[in-house]
Design a binder for this molecule. Structure first.
Ligand SMILES: [Zn+2]
Length: 178
């Protein structure tokens, strides 16, 4: 249905998903948002400047969609994954602040000393810092964390997906008034 001329990055653009009451729910890819739209699960509220062409339809690439059916008990936890952790830490080593990859995940309190896999105990670290720190705490290694690792708030997490093209998201994520 969708033109294959569209490159993958277009269909992978982030789309903000809102509940029926405009509460931010999730972020999905444009590809997923288009599927939801064709299955009549969402309305498109805002679009990017690009269009999706099929033989019969010219559809603006969605940027914000709103569910048609209210979702109850919405979970406001951000799932702990490597990708989400890197987003929280701004793809930056939390010790030396380099953004040069590849980044690893460091256990602040080392795993072999009881440190768990938790938002509060994991940080992005470059390979050099991770190796230097070894199985020591930051204090023992005399390394200073850029910031204390915390469980991200979902709204704050969504805000990190806003770049130049996502200006329309700002009011929905409490960054400015409508
Ligand atoms: Zn580093």
């Amino acid at each position: 249905m969708i033109s294959t001329k569209l490159n993958r990055s277009t269909l992978n653009q982030s789309v903000l998903v809102l509940n029926t009451n405009y509460t931010p729910m999730d972020i999905c890819t444009a590809k997923r948002a288009i599927c939801l739209f064709y299955n009549e699960k969402v309305d498109i509220l805002e679009s990017y400047s690009e269009f999706i062409h099929s033989p019969s339809v010219k559809l603006p690439l969605p940027s914000i969609v709103k569910l048609k059916d209210f979702v109850r008990n919405q979970k406001m936890d951000v799932i702990l994954t490597r990708r989400n952790l890197l987003v929280r830490d701004n793809h930056q080593c939390q010790y030396c602040e380099t953004k040069k990859g590849p980044l690893t995940i460091d256990h602040v309190m080392p795993k072999n000393r009881g440190g768990g896999d938790a938002w509060e105990n994991l940080v992005a670290a470059c390979q050099t810092c991770n190796r230097t720190k070894g199985s020591r705490t930051p204090e023992e290694a005399k390394m200073v964390l850029k910031r204390y690792p915390k469980k991200p708030n979902k709204i704050h997490y969504f805000q990190q997906f806003i770049h130049e093209k996502q200006g329309a998201w700002r009011p929905y994520l409490f960054l400015e008034s409508f």
